[in-house]
Design a protein around this ligand. Sequence first.
Ligand SMILES: [Zn+2]
Length: 449
Amino acid sequence: MAEAESAEPDAVQVDPGALGHGKLRKLIAYATKVFHLQSMLALVTDTRHKPRIQTALVAQIRLVVGLLRIRSFNALEPQLAEPWMQRALGLHPKSGKLCSVDALSYSLQRMDEATTRQACVRVVKKAERNKVFREGWFGAMRFVALDGWEPHCSYERHCPACLTRQVRVGDKIVTQYYHRYVVALLLDDKVEVVLDMEPVRSADTRCEHGEHDVKGHEGELTAAKRLVPRLRETYGNLLDVLTLDALYCNGPFFTLAEKYRFGVIAVAKKADNEPLKEALSLWGNQPPHNVVDDEEKRERLKLWDVRELQTLSSYKGSIRVVRALAHNKDHATAATNWCFAVTGKATKLSAFQVASAGRARWHIENTAFYQFAHSWHFTHVFTHGGNALASLLWIFFLAFNLLQMFIYRQLGGYGRDRGKDPTRTIVRLVDEFNADLARLIEPLTWNTS
Ligand SMILES: [Zn+2]
């Protein structure tokens, strides 16, 4: 799924004063000037015949729903008739609703997921060409966290792509339906964007894809093994190192990562499993090999390090193992213990850098997944079936990515002024968007013509 390079020249840094008044107007103006947002949304297609509402407008409404954190289609329905909502979509208000939420659902279920992904990916690639992401982080490398995420589960609503599990409810065992995706998040200390996602396939979906002798749903690792080659294909040399949880700490995954030129930093948890078993045995009772005071985090890190382990028959390369024991200087809490298996180009990092990048993996859970569920209502089942869920997620990820870039590239000290918690910063900004809506007298500008 290679992405065509845009022939447009890179946009220069936009003068914030030229974006107009009000944070929402500024965001849409920024996304329009830099990313040609409306032409990105025009890429989105669905299979409806002679639709009364254009697919690009469906995508645009979904994007605004994401940006304003509207929590459900029920909440959206009356708002589609409000003058401010129509102005937020760049339209001059007319009487009556723009469309019904049923029409939105109908389009979403028939949406071509690949085109929604393409819109999101093109924005990230454009941002990369505009040097939004700084030149690497630790050791001038770029890090990507991969992790499994369940946007929702239900006991009732389901589709052929749903995964299933048996759970106890009271004294009964019942079937729970859910979807799970492996999500790739670019890690940084500021701008963190969703790069890609891949569904964990249900047994039905596997059969649909032509697999034989299907015994059940696939696992997260299998989905991740499709995602890793696609990350390299889509983003070229932008990405260097995958940071992962303990599920990925195994030889076959290290081998795959190496094939696609990714270094790996994976949590190593099981003390009786290689390569951690060998490392612990070599370290024995040795004192730490290095002690680093991290004043920014108010931590003292004790580090142990061993290189060139070859303890996995399923991985031909050598593995480095780093252990970090972190003591908080301000609180008398117990020290936290971290061990990481490290391969490929990630072995060039110092032990301190390995520990820092490995621990940054938690951003995907604390910043991204937490926000998606608690602030963005991504986990609300807006609509189900067909391609609806994946298409919806891609448009929400587009909204999430645009917000991240807008805050840190265009609002300057906005994030700093509101403390270091990125979730709080974004929640505050969305409050300002909602306050702006009532003051919208003119439609927002969504196109550059
Ligand atoms: Zn489903």
